[in-house]
Design a binder for this molecule. Structure first.
Ligand code: NAD
Length: 256
C-alpha cells in the first residue's frame, strides 16, 4: 500500500531532529501520501525542523510552545487558514526537569511536578481541543507514552506519573470526541535513543535490558513506531479509540 494517507492533512507536534519519534511517524505518513505541517518549540529547534520539513514538502512550519495557549491558538489558526480542515494530529511532546529524572521520585518538587504534567500531559488536552473543530470529517489523534506510566522504572519518576495522566487523558478525550468520529489513541513505545531520552539517567541500561529480555530480543525503531502509527491513524484502525497500543517488542507482557 502506498496511499493510505493520500491527501490527509497531518499536523505533527514534537519533531526536534531526525531521531525524534515524531519524525519516524511523519516520514511513514509522507510515504503514504500525507500532507504535513510541523511545529517547533524555539528558535534552536527551528533550524533542525525546517530542513526536515522541506525534505517532505511540508505545507506549514509553525512555532508553538505548548505551555502558551496563545501560541496554540495561533498554530491552529494557521492550520485552518492553510488547509481549512485537519485529519490527523500527532502529539509527541514531553518534558521534565533533568533533576526530576534521577534519584528518588519522592523528592520531586511541586514546580517540577507541575512542569512535567503541564507539558507532557495537559498539552494533549489543549491541542485536542484546538484540533477538534477542524476535524470536520472525523479524525485521529495519537500521542506517545511509555511503560513507566504503569510500572516503576528507575529514574523515570515524575515522567511516569505524567504518562499515567496522559493515558487517562486519552480515554477521556476518546469518550468526548468519539461522537464526532475523532479517535484518540496512544502508542506506548519501547525505549529509543532520542534527545528527550538522553535526559533520563541510566537510559542506555534500559536499552540493554530490553534487548536482553523482550520477547523479540531487540529494541524498537522509529520505523516500528511509524508503521504502528499508520495503522492507528488510518482506516485500518477505524474502530479503535481510547487505546494504548504497546510497540515495545513485547517487553510489557513480562512478569519476571
Ligand atoms: P524528542 O526530544 O525528539 O521529542 C520531544 C519533543 O518535545 C521535542 O520536539 C521538543 O521540542 C518537544 N517539546 C518539549 N517541550 C515542549 C514545549 N514546551 N512546547 C512544544 N514542544 C515541546 O524525543 P522523543 O523521544 O521522540 O519524544 C517524543 C515522545 O515520545 C515524548 O512524549 C516521549 O515521552 C515519548 N516516548 C519516548 C520514548 C523514547 O524512549 N524515546 C519512549 C516512549 C515514549
Amino acid at each position: 500500500m502506498t496511499d493510505l494517507f493520500k491527501d490527509k492533512r497531518v499536523a505533527i507536534f514534537g519533531v526536534a531532529n531526525e531521531r525524534s519519534i515524531a519524525w519516524g511517524i511523519a516520514d511513514a505518513m509522507y510515504k503514504q501520501g500525507a500532507r504535513l505541517a510541523f511545529s517547533y518549540a524555539g528558535e534552536v529547534l527551528e533550524k533542525r525542523v525546517r530542513p526536515l520539513a522541506e525534505s517532505v514538502n511540508a505545507d506549514l512550519v509553525i512555532s508553538c510552545d505548548v505551555t502558551d495557549d496563545t501560541q496554540i491558538e495561533e498554530a491552529f489558526r494557521q492550520i485552518a487558514s492553510k488547509w481549512g480542515a485537519l485529519d490527523v494530529l500527532v502529539h509527541a511532546i514531553a518534558f521534565a526537569n533533568r533533576e526530576d529524572l534521577e534519584g528518588r521520585f519522592v523528592d520531586t518538587s511541586r514546580k517540577g511536578f507541575a512542569v512535567a504534567l503541564d507539558i507532557s500531559a495537559y498539552s494533549l488536552v489543549a491541542l485536542a481541543r484546538a484540533a477538534a473543530p477542524l476535524m470536520t470529517n472525523g479524525g485521529s489523534i495519537i500521542t506517545l507514552s511509555y511503560y513507566g506510566a504503569e510500572k516503576v522504572v528507575p529514574s523515570y519518576n515524575v515522567m511516569g506519573v505524567a504518562k499515567a495522566a496522559l493515558e487517562a487523558s486519552v480515554r477521556y478525550l476518546a469518550a468526548d470526541l468519539g461522537p464526532q468520529n475523532i479517535r484518540v489513541n496512544a502508542i506506548s513505545a519501547g525505549p529509543i535513543k532520542t534527545l528527550a531520552a538522553s535526559g533520563i539517567k541510566g537510559f542506555k541500561g534500559m536499552l540493554h535490558v530490553v534487548e536482553e529480555r523482550a520477547p523479540l530480543r531487540r529494541n524498537v525503531t522509529q520505523e516500528d513506531v511509524g508503521a504502528s502509527a499508520l495503522f492507528l491513524c488510518s482506516e485500518l484502525g477505524s474502530a479503535i479509540t481510547g487505546e494504548t497500543l504497546y510497540v515495545d517488542a513485547g517487553y510489557n507482557i513480562l512478569g519476571m
